[in-house]
Design a protein around this ligand. Structure first.
Ligand code: HEM
Length: 381
């Protein structure tokens, strides 16, 4: 059977690609989508995800940076270089690092009873501190943390699907300059006597080191802050859910920070028997996989219970909040551990309520700065 084709409007793709592509994904597990002048292959079945991210990972490469085009090359050199870097990185991202990130993200909070404030700016600074101190074994000044939070906010506006739909151009030089200053301090203040994410990059040439450290920094803080926001938002509506780890896992199912995982064909290849020519974009729709009723019963409902037995084999290629295969997230354990710590700390002492939720589409459905939380202290039991 021929693979169906879809042509969502360019304006809709620009405004909310996740939603626009969800409509296309309804046509089948494999769909060719016309996006402006480009065509991309949209994949939304577990078998398709496995094929793209695991079996054909050699020919379907990850774009070098999906957040900020820091370097000149659009596609990372495949093979040993990346594998070696990932090995080095994972040495510095072990259980002790997870504990350090969790200690900062989950530290007691100093809120006033009855206070109301915008949630995301608060979380951005806290998330930046947690990652810098915990995962990078470094530190920054108060002012630098605020600068970093501004860059994280800006980078979070970058839709990660189509290269032409890039971050707001006006502020780009300013933000990259800020990031560069922050990364210099990060490197200067790092404790290199113990393994961290930074020890994997210190031996690189200065420009490469600077770019990669910046990318790693934003790649860790951005998703951690977004998932922290969704975790607290869900706590506001589901305060009694018992198992904290299952709660956090369910948050990542319903609110994946990378709802679209993108690959580029570096040679002629195929997916599900469909020929995929060199240069094609292949997009795995994580949001569609996570809402597949054949795998997740009542997919729209927030049901942490479905994760009580951990991640089952059934979910292996259907749950891809952290990716799968050779390029999956290296920070999954750190993220889950520290989100659980944040949830425990806040749930123990506070009740949260949200007036209105502003989900900024702009390429990803994320919590915007308009989201205000109201916090009240739980009565002592
Ligand atoms: C809940 C928070 C997080 C989520 C949902 C998340 C999700 C992801 C996803 C979807 C990818 C891309 C996978 C792919 O393209 O195949 C990724 C890559 C990555 N993540 Fe995370 N991430 C989170 C937090 C973190 C944290 C806290 C760190 C570090 C401390 C981290 C480190 C990385 C690294 C190094 C990569 C790049 C791997 C590569 O390109 O080979 N992540 N993450």
């Amino acid at each position: 059977m021929p693979v169906p084709e879809a042509a969502p409007g360019v304006a809709e793709l620009r405004r909310d690609p996740e939603q626009a592509l969800l409509g296309a994904a309804a046509l089948g597990g494999l769909v060719w989508v016309r996006a402006g002048r480009r065509r991309l292959l949209l994949v939304s079945s577990p078998d398709g995800a496995r094929e793209v991210l695991v079996e054909r990972a050699g020919e379907l490469a990850k774009p070098r940076s999906q957040a900020i085009p820091l370097g000149r090359r659009a596609v990372a050199p495949p093979g040993e270089g990346i594998a070696q870097l990932r090995r080095e990185l994972s040495k510095g991202m072990g259980a002790d690092r997870a504990e350090e990130v969790a200690a900062v993200l989950g530290a007691p909070v100093e809120w006033e009873d009855g206070e109301s404030f915008p949630l995301m700016p608060w979380l951005r600074v806290r998330g930046a501190r947690a990652v810098v101190r915990g995962a990078f074994a470094s530190d920054l000044s108060e002012d630098e943390f605020n600068q970093l939070a501004a860059v994280v906010r800006w980078a979070g506006q970058a839709p990660r699907v189509l290269p032409r739909f890039a971050v707001p151009r006006v502020s780009r030089p300013l933000m990259l300059a800020r990031l560069s200053v922050v990364v210099k301090s990060l490197l200067a203040n790092a404790d290199l006597s113990r393994p961290s994410e930074l020890s994997a990059v210190v031996d690189l040439a200065p420009r490469e080191r600077q770019a990669l450290a910046g990318e790693l920094l934003l790649g860790a803080i951005g998703p951690l802050v977004q998932e922290s926001g969704w975790t607290l938002f869900r706590l506001g509506t589901e305060p009694e859910a018992a198992d904290r780890e299952a709660f956090v896992r369910e948050v990542t199912r319903l609110h994946p920070t990378n709802p679209l995982i993108v690959r580029v064909a570096t040679e002629d290849t195929s997916v599900g028997g469909e020929p995929v020519p060199t240069g094609s974009l292949v997009v795995v729709h994580v949001g569609a996989l996570h809402r597949d009723a054949a795998v997740f019963s009542e997919p729209e409902r927030f049901l942490p219970e479905r994760w009580l037995d951990g991640r089952t084999a059934e979910h292996r290629f259907s749950y891809t909040a952290f990716g799968i295969g050779d390029r999956r997230c290296l920070g999954e354990a750190i993220a889950l551990r520290s989100l659980t710590a944040l949830l425990e700390t806040v749930a123990r002492e506070w009740e949260l309520s949200f007036a209105a939720v502003d989900v900024a589409a702009r390429g990803r459905r994320q919590l915007g700065d308009g989201v205000r939380v109201n916090v009240t202290r739980r009565p002592a039991t």
